[in-house]
Design a protein around this ligand. Sequence first.
Ligand code: F0G
Length: 448
Amino acid sequence: MVAYKSKMVERITLPSRDQRERALEAAGYNVFNLDAEAVFVDLLTDSGTGAMSDAQWAALIRGDEAYAGSRSFDRLESAVADVMGFDHVVPAHQGRGAENVLYGTVLSAGDVALNNTHFDTTRAHVANQDADPVDCPVPEAHDPDADAPFKGNLSLERARSVVDEVGAERVPLVIQTITNNSAAGQPVSVANTRRVREFADEIDATFVIDACRFAENAYFVTQREAEFASATVAEVAREQLGYADAVVMSGKKDGLANVGGFVATDDESLFEQCKQRAILYEGFPTYGGMAGRDVAALAVGLREAVEESYLEDRIASVRDLGSRLAEVGIPVYTPTSGHAVYLDAGAAFPHVPANEFPGQALVCELYREGGVRGVELGSFAFPETDRPELVRLAVPRRTYHREHFDHVVETAAAVLEDRRDVAGFEIVSNPSMPELRHFTARLEPCPT
Ligand code: F0G
């Protein structure tokens, strides 16, 4: 059931087919290069693109811009303590800032970091410390059709085999990303989190939860993990996060804010080290690169993110988009995640080989056909990793309604109908960091 009504609106327009064609070409067939005004329904990301509540806007006006000791920071500290259960918070300008602070503190050159699946910025931050990011997804994570409740789990078997191979002393960090964004946004069970805690203790590693979508994850736990059938989302969130030594957070997701992030921990020594690094890269540790007003909005958003009515509406609307796309024949990764519908471009365009990026071909067709912007999360975004050719349609929080999704479904159905004419792509300009190439690379259609 819908949990809010609109108080402010923003006009959107659908450019003509000719304008879309020209915009795509000018963007080098990379939708990150499109002007947002040229996009009709923007499903590029759920990050910082949602609508804030009236309570968040009210908090924003009252934000305290003091450089040190801001009242807004006190509000954030108490929200993090209440919602996530950690006493210490090191704010950062957004999630990747928090990643730099934490991973720069925990990792040294030659180390290995284990993760259920590294998100692209996480992978890049681990690599930036000259450490090695190793993914440990469960095998069913890469099967778009497997019906399992927690396809986002970390494979202990795989993690143990990596430790056997490289030695425990080279693995100071185990990360669990909840939900597992780069594995189709699949949730992680609390049982798996407990086992990862034990494993981290065995190898004497720091256990970090990337908590970007912790509230959506907790909602899935209440629905799918028998032990938590009568627990509230807020209870599950605190329980699950409580197993970690630290969390790294992007406030742009389940903080329901437009910007912001933080590291939170109960570990005094880690806290002190993170604070020092944060001063260097982010700002004084009571604002960390955010304006005081943004800290204030994040403090309110964190509490709203674990409200049951909000989450019920959120998860149901994403699930609804997924099942309507599947009904018109689009190959959809199942089960649907909490923040996005992931399309299986390999199955949609079987005639486009992986080295011609079928996912990018689908992303371009969705824009060309209906001004819908999604993002490729297959072999273009993750070179040299073995994964399905997924396209993510991420749903900004509290922003789009059924009519927008009608348009997305009609667009995708039209793309599928004309699929035989769709060509693959080749990269014509390649940025230096392979982990980040999909943000800025330019492409050209392969000759057909
Ligand atoms: N970790 C995960 C799992 C993420 O999904 C993201 C961002 C980050 C860290 C970094 O946070 O953007 O605040 O710096 N994901 C966005 C996305 C960008 O579109 O999925 P950030």
